[in-house]
Design a protein around this ligand. Structure first.
Ligand code: BTN
Length: 244
């Protein structure tokens, strides 16, 4: 896998989107610091130089109708690697990893189109690794590997391990194996729990079910079973679930 590292960059996702034409399949860009790191739902992704911040460009073998599965393949890969270092981490739909209800990892998948033609997909990973503090607005909902395990990590080695695992998981998926879905549901933080979510600016409550192959989350509501495809859910209860 070819790669490049920048000390500082606007955003690793933005870099790959801009340079996709001249870069190879599975090109990796990492950085120590982003000045305009981006999160899902148009949010910013702040860093303090202690996180693993990287993006991978996928150019080959991506059927447009299956793009929605890529976040789950990516989050499966990160979960498999981080589980070697930290126990009891869970996958929170649609593409976070949490521990003790706090966020450890976020993934941002963006498609690159020219006209109607898909040129590639950029998979961006933000992993709280050696962070010991967080900005006030996110401190209660964020954690890091260092906080959870009281040791520090070699961020470059971790990125390499996750990138290799992601490439392998991607190839397994493309060869026709959808086991990533079972994996995500096995480690789901939401299944069976009461959740609140918004749809068309309206608040809904329901009980979260399993994630589906298309990346959606099934929810039982008073209006029946629905599938939510985007957005964010929050827990209506505070019950800690045992890890399966
Ligand atoms: C989220 O949870 O909202 C997704 C966060 C993704 C952040 C990563 S950091 C590296 C890559 N470059 C970006 O600008 N964003 C992703």
């Amino acid at each position: 896998m070819k790669k490049i590292h920048f000390d500082t960059i606007l955003s690793t996702n933005a870099f790959l989107k801009e340079h996709h034409r001249e870069l190879a399949d599975f090109f990796l860009v990492s950085t120590t610091h982003q000045t305009e790191g981006r999160g899902r739902l148009g949010r910013l992704w702040n860093d303090d130089r202690h996180s693993a911040l990287f993006s991978i460009l996928i150019k080959n073998d991506i059927p447009v109708d299956l793009i929605d599965r890529i976040p789950l393949v990516a989050i499966t890969s990160v979960h498999k690697v981080l589980s070697h270092y930290v126990p009891r981490i869970l996958i929170k739909w649609p593409n976070d990893i949490i521990m003790t209800e706090k966020k450890l990892v976020g993934v941002l998948v963006e498609s690159v189109f020219e006209g109607a033609a898909l040129q590639g997909v950029v998979v961006g990973f933000g992993i709280n690794v050696n962070n010991l503090t967080f900005p006030e607005d996110i401190v209660v909902k964020s954690t890091s590997l260092a906080i959870e395990t009281e040791r520090s990590y070699d961020i470059d080695a971790l990125i390499d391990e996750i990138a290799k695992t992601f490439q392998a998981e991607f190839q397994i998926w493309r060869s026709g194996n959808d086991d990533f879905l079972k994996y995500c549901n096995r480690f789901s933080s939401l299944v069976g729990r009461s959740i609140t979510f918004y749809r068309d600016n309206q608040e809904y409550k329901g009980k979260a079910g399993l994630m589906a192959l298309d990346g959606s989350l099934s929810v039982s509501t008073s209006e029946g079973q629905i599938y939510i495809r985007s957005g964010e859910v929050s827990l209506s209860d505070n019950r800690e679930l045992p890890v399966k």
